[in-house]
Every structure is written in structure tokens, then in C-alpha cells.
Ligand binder design. Structure first.
Ligand SMILES: *Cc1c(COP(=O)(O)O)cnc(C)c1O
Length: 433
């Protein structure tokens, strides 16, 4: 039996209707290097979405590999309750220095980071004697992960529908997504209107609200929905005024994806919590963290055990994962990646001109190392059919609904950019034919 067939039998793949794999074969990846994935037959595919947005500097980066090899010989894992180790301490110090949020709590995936931020926020208010502040606000079309708590702030019906009875759904306020602006309304005006809606909600409900959670600048899972940084500035002001935490979910947009190391920095604000994962280890190990302020930390610091944050995961602060994250930060220090990415992005944007001007493409947008194109089609199978057509072109791409997007590793060079832009257009023509 082939690896693909054995996988269909034994592995329940994520975010998939397994029956569709009767006709759409899995991609059996044998190895990867740089932007390329190699299948078991030796055919290569350009990883145009950085393996679900996690990869930054290409697969098999020598600096991260060397760090992991050294670390595995020294210490692969030790529990973090009652123990500590150099990788977790150094990583926490560095993340604190980069964000101004000096207390790092760890888990292994993004959804757990969301859970932690929500629990910490509500527990903070409880420790202050304001236990009634236990509800949350999320944005329309927001995505913060798929565990039951994270689903409570995830406004994507397809992911939530089946679990309705399990989820304590949070309030949803209008999305500043620039595409949702009324005709003639600019992105910044739309952001202001949405902030007014947030204000109206907070005015009535602030007494029971612990936190507002947002994906700064880009709601990726919503279809690379970009908003004006003005929204974040106004949200920060409103959160201060109404005593509500601001949680920045930078799981997808952190680590340079939007053109600054962290997306919220483009608005010049400081959140109360920052959730990080995905690019944190450069796409090598499962790790997430929630960073928070002295104010939040101090509210838990007490003689009474129950006032502590009694949350844990077995692999919290795993040394291998922390070492991979440190190696990733070291790569950022080796050169000015934001400047290099601006040049890389300008090159790919120019190569995308035929795609951007295609008769059936709308709302082209680009920010940092992110590109998105909405395809005018009513075909509900567009994403699946496009994915298959792209594979034929040697590209791994997975549109979100009718939004085709690129989120390539930062190391993508000129000829690889050309392969991506030209292959994506050819796949579009095949899909629409
Ligand atoms: C991917 C993602 C998550 C969830 O992370 P997982 O590791 O998949 O659980 C949460 N928030 C955002 C913005 C994401 O993109």
C-alpha cells in the first residue's frame, strides 16, 4: 500500500473532509529545503503558504538545525513547574525586550495561547474583586483557534456551527476589513466607523467585559482581510477608557509577516497581552507563548495559591522548541530582514501584475510578505480545484474560499518568485476554464 493510502487509512487529517481524499490525493512529502517541498517521487512544490503560515526562513535553515542538534544532546525536555532552563529564560527575556511585555507563559499551539490569554484576563479581574468582568469581545470573521474556548471568540461559522452547544459565544463587533467599507468610504474611515461600533458596545457592556481580542492589521483566516492601523489605536484608547484588556493575537502576523516585527507596532500601541506561535520557532517546533505586563503579573503574585495562574501543559516551555525560537530570533538579528523583505515583496508584487489585473480578480492587496487576490467566482469548489491545479504547477497553495493568497517564506528568490507568480496565474486560468 502506498504511503498516501496508508495515511488515508490511519491518519485523520486536520481541517479536512476525509472523503474528498478519494479524489484529491494527499501530498506525500519526503523532505524539504528552502521554499521547496519534495514528494516521495522527487517532484518539488514551492511552499507558497509557508506550511500553514509557520515557516519564515525556508525549510531546513542551517542555523535552526544546528541549534536543535546541540540542544537535543544537552536537554530535550524537563517540566517547567518548579524547574527552569536556559532556553526558556533567554527566550522570555528576549521577547520581553522586543515587546515591552516582560512575562512569558508558554504552551504548544496557538489555540492554547488564546485560551491562556482569555483565562488570564478574566482571572486578573477576579483577583481584583471584579469577577463580573468575565466576557470577551472578538471581531466579525475573527479567528483565534479551534479549541472550545478559542472558538468562543472565533467568528467563522463553518468552524463553529457543529459545536454551538459547547461554546459560550462572545460578543462580535464589526470588522475593520477594508473590503467591507461602503462604496466611497476609505479604509481609515471604515476603521473609525468600526471603532465607533466597538465604543457603542463597550459603553453598554464594559462592566462585564474582560478583554477585546484582535488580530492586528490582518485577519488571515478571514481571507487575508487587511485593516487600517487606526483601528488598533482607537481600540487601545477605548480599552483604556472602559477598563478592558486588549489582546493582540499575533499568531499569524507576528515575526515580520506584515512588514514590522510585530503587526501592532505599526499602530504604535502596546497591548496587554500578545499571543505568539506559528513563526515563533521559524516553522520547526510546536511552541506558543502569551506575553503580558507587570500589571497583570502583579495581580496574581500573592501568598494565596488560588490567586496564581494554575494553568499548565505537559510540554510548557519545551527546551528544544525554545532553542529553535532563540535561533529564529538570532536569524532576525543577522540582517535587516524587514528591509530585505521590502525588496523581495516589491519584486513579487511586480511579477504578480498579470494576476492582479486578471479580469476575474478583485481587491488585490499586499502587506509585508502577504499577498491576496479575490477571485470573482460562484463555484463553491473553487478552493479545492485551485489547490489541485496549483499542485500540477508545482505550487502548494490553498485558497480560503475564493481568496487566493501567497504567504511565502522570506527567503524566496527572484526565480522562485517568478515560478510562484506565473504558476499561480496558470492555475487560475485552468481553474476558471
Ligand atoms: C493559526 C492561528 C491560531 C491558532 O493556532 P493553532 O496553532 O493552529 O492552534 C490562532 N490565531 C490566529 C490568528 C491564527 O492564525
Amino acid at each position: 500500500m502506498s504511503l498516501i493510502e496508508r495515511s488515508r487509512q490511519a491518519v485523520w487529517h486536520p481541517c479536512s473532509q476525509m472523503k474528498q481524499h478519494e479524489t484529491q490525493p494527499l501530498l506525500a512529502v519526503d523532505r524539504a529545503e528552502g521554499v521547496w517541498l519534495y514528494d516521495t517521487e522527487g517532484k518539488r512544490y514551492l511552499d507558497g503558504i509557508s506550511s500553514w503560515w509557520v515557516n519564515l526562513f525556508g525549510h531546513g535553515h542551517p542555523h535552526i538545525k544546528a541549534a536543535l542538534k546541540q540542544q537535543i544532546d544537552q536537554l530535550a525536555h524537563v517540566m517547567l513547574a518548579g524547574c527552569t532552563h536556559a532556553p526558556v529564560v533567554e527566550l522570555s527575556e528576549r521577547l520581553g525586550a522586543l515587546t515591552g511585555l516582560g512575562h512569558a507563559f508558554y504552551a504548544s499551539d496557538g489555540a492554547s495561547a488564546t485560551e491562556i490569554a482569555l483565562k488570564m484576563s478574566a482571572h486578573y479581574w477576579r483577583n481584583l474583586g471584579r469577577a463580573e468582568k468575565s466576557r470577551f469581545i472578538g471581531l466579525q470573521h475573527g479567528y483565534h483557534g479551534e479549541t472550545v474556548g478559542a472558538l468562543s471568540v472565533t467568528d467563522i461559522p463553518l468552524f463553529r456551527e457543529a459545536y454551538g452547544p459547547l461554546v459560550r459565544v462572545s460578543a462580535t463587533v464589526p470588522s475593520p476589513d477594508a473590503r467591507l467599507a461602503a462604496p466611497g468610504v476609505s479604509a481609515i474611515e471604515h476603521a473609525r466607523h468600526c471603532a465607533q461600533a466597538l465604543q457603542a458596545y463597550l459603553e453598554v457592556h464594559h462592566a462585564e467585559i474582560a478583554a477585546l481580542i484582535v488580530e492586528p492589521l490582518v485577519q488571515c483566516a478571514a481571507g487575508i482581510a487587511v485593516h487600517d492601523p487606526e483601528y488598533l489605536r482607537l481600540a487601545r484608547t477605548l480599552c483604556d477608557r472602559y477598563e478592558v484588556h486588549l489582546v493582540a493575537d499575533e499568531i499569524a502576523v507576528g515575526f515580520g509577516r506584515t512588514g514590522s516585527l510585530f503587526a501592532h507596532q505599526q499602530a504604535g500601541i502596546r497591548p496587554d497581552f500578545i499571543c505568539l506561535s506559528k513563526g515563533l520557532t521559524g516553522g520547526t517546533m510546536a511552541l506558543s507563548t502569551v506575553l503580558t505586563t507587570d500589571t497583570v503579573y502583579d495581580a496574581f503574585y500573592d501568598d494565596r495559591t488560588a490567586r496564581g495562574f494554575l494553568h499548565s501543559h505537559s510540554y510548557t516551555g519545551n527546551p528544544l522548541a525554545c532553542r529553535a525560537a532563540l535561533a529564529t530570533l538570532e536569524i532576525f538579528e543577522q540582517e535587516d530582514w524587514m528591509a530585505r523583505n521590502r525588496a523581495t515583496a516589491a519584486r513579487l508584487t511586480a511579477l504578480c501584475e498579470p494576476l492582479a489585473t486578471h479580469a476575474q480578480v478583485r481587491a488585490t492587496r499586499q502587506l509585508g510578505m502577504l499577498w491576496a487576490f479575490d477571485v470573482a467566482t460562484d463555484d463553491p469548489t473553487f478552493a479545492r480545484r485551485y489547490h489541485a491545479a496549483a499542485l500540477k504547477q508545482g505550487l502548494l497553495l490553498r485558497p480560503i474560499g475564493n481568496t487566493l493568497y501567497f504567504m511565502p517564506p522570506y527567503v524566496i528568490d527572484e526565480s522562485e518568485s517568478r515560478s510562484l507568480a506565473e504558476g499561480a496565474l496558470a492555475a487560475l486560468e485552468e481553474t476558471l476554464a
